[in-house]
Design a protein around this ligand. Structure first.
Ligand code: ADP
Ligand code: MG
Length: 247
């Protein structure tokens, strides 16, 4: 569904993506994980075309991203950023329907889609009438997800969608998100810095370090056959954290 080939993106002297090659299989969930600043968000922004690579190619759905086709291809991707990225001065409904209105969907089509999405993300309809600052953190993320899913894109990109939530709401939304991914059969790329979340969601995990792929594969592979000391230490550090909490 998404293929990056030798993708490099620098910011000044910083190599945020350093010759990354990566395949995101269709209908599966791929999780990008790694320490802060390792380039997770940069890879998502490259895939959705908000930033363009210095070199290398990005293919989405068989089409190579170019300046000419960016806008069209973007309609085939839903994007949820941390904190939701919703416009605070519009209602939640206004946020969700923005793009569909821009594309001149009919009122009936918009209404039907909203109804289906409310059911899917388990949000009470009246929550759509208020601006996002009046929603709880969990509700805001549900609205962000509705917005991302509005055009029914085959590809869903989520940047730490649960990062800002407190633990109980986080657990709730985690369960709902996985159900949604499975029900819809979307191709999902999800960013987290939490290994347990990565294992929970990911058919495939991509561990990044300093803009490079340290290892990619199912969680079990990273745990049982780490490709380097870095991978072993990253997995152990996060595991010993929960072991310490368990005792
Ligand atoms: P992550 O999401 O894994 O925390 P990012 O992809 O946001 O990491 O950033 C990777 C590196 O690139 C960091 O060192 C960050 O400071 C740098 N970077 C990202 N975006 C920009 C930008 N727009 N301008 C300058 N530096 C950036
Ligand atoms: Mg980030």
């Amino acid at each position: 569904m998404v293929t990056l080939t030798d993708v490099t993106k620098t910011f000044g002297a910083e190599r945020a993506a350093d010759n990354v090659s990566l395949h995101v299989p269709e209908g599966q969930t791929t999780v990008l994980i790694g320490p802060s600043g390792c380039g997770k968000s940069t890879l998502l922004r490259l895939i959705i075309g908000l930033i363009r690579p210095d070199s290398g190619t990005i293919r989405v759905d068989g089409t190579t991203l170019s300046d000419a086709n960016l806008r069209t291809l973007r309609h085939r991707m839903g994007y949820v950023i941390q904190e939701g990225g919703l416009f605070p001065h519009r209602t939640a409904r206004g946020n969700v329907t923005l793009l569909a209105k821009h594309l001149r969907w009919s009122t009936t089509r918009i209404r039907d889609r909203i109804e289906a999405l409310l059911e899917l993300v388990q949000l009470p309809a009246d929550r759509l009438d208020v601006p996002p600052p009046q929603l709880s953190g969990g509700q805001r993320q549900r609205v962000s997800l509705m917005r991302a899913l509005m055009l029914d894109p085959p590809l869903l990109l989520l940047d730490e969608p649960l990062g800002a939530l407190d633990p109980l709401i986080r657990a709730d939304l985690q369960t709902d998100l996985r159900r949604i991914f499975r029900t819809l059969g979307k191709t999902v790329v999800l960013v987290t810095h939490d290994l347990h979340e990565a294992a929970y969601f990911g058919d495939q995990i991509v561990l990044l370090r300093s803009g490079q792929v340290a290892q990619q594969g199912p969680f079990r592979e990273l745990r049982d056959a780490p490709a380097s000391d870095f991978v072993r230490e990253f997995v152990q550090a996060q595991q010993s954290l929960t072991t310490a909490l368990d005792t």
